[in-house]
Write a protein that binds this ligand. Structure first.
Ligand SMILES: [Zn+2]
Ligand SMILES: [Zn+2]
Ligand SMILES: [Zn+2]
Ligand SMILES: [Zn+2]
Ligand SMILES: [Zn+2]
Ligand SMILES: [Zn+2]
Length: 182
């Protein structure tokens, strides 16, 4: 006596033709995509947890998409910042240099930057030379300065090494020149 086959979709006995996928069976009329219901008799079938999917719905549901190009990632996927990337599309947001073992990324506002660009976008900019301040910044008049860029407006001495500076009409002035402004 032949073994009874049950349809994985409706759980009824299959009298007529059964379609097999993996180790399960379906009525031919129930062999459809569990998302869009098109028949999968003559097309590529994907199964996951006992459900059937057409090519397209399987991709949409289970294949990660690249945050850069929005394409599906079939092979190697790079996961970073809760996003997925094609390895060839995981590059610096600013200069587009590819990341690798040697060129690791730094995150700033959900975007990945190489070290050089991270300094550009994330560090304080000096009010004197407009370049990023990587080491210690001096705050003066609500602006930030390199220690070597904040200078007395009169004698151009710097205020490195905790030298006192005075704020005269928004201009930095050193102790020795202070008298000239008072
Ligand atoms: Zn059925
Ligand atoms: Zn479908
Ligand atoms: Zn991509
Ligand atoms: Zn960069
Ligand atoms: Zn500077
Ligand atoms: Zn001075």
């Amino acid at each position: 006596m032949q073994k009874q086959l049950y349809c994985n979709f409706c759980n009824e006995i299959i009298d007529g033709k059964a379609v097999k996928a993996g180790d399960k069976y379906w009525h031919e009329s129930h062999f459809t995509c569990s998302v869009c219901s098109i028949t999968l008799k003559d097309s590529k079938v994907f199964t996951k947890d006992g459900r059937l999917y057409c090519d397209e719905d399987y991709r949409i549901k289970f294949v990660p998409r690249c945050s850069t190009c929005s394409g599906f990632i079939i092979k190697k996927v790079i996961k970073a910042m809760n996003q997925s990337f094609h390895p060839e599309h995981f590059y610096c947001y600013k200069c587009q240099k590819l990341f690798s073992e040697e060129n690791s990324f730094l995150e700033y506002h959900d975007r990945a930057y190489c070290k050089e660009c991270f300094v550009e976008v994330a560090c304080q900019k000096c009010s004197g030379c407009y370049r990023p301040i990587v080491d210690k910044a001096i705050k003066a008049n609500d602006n930030f300065w390199h220690a070597s860029c904040l200078r007395c407006v009169k004698c151009s001495t710097t205020f490195e090494g905790q030298k006192a500076y005075y704020n005269i009409d928004e201009n930095p002035v050193c102790g020795s020149c202070l008298g000239a402004f008072l």
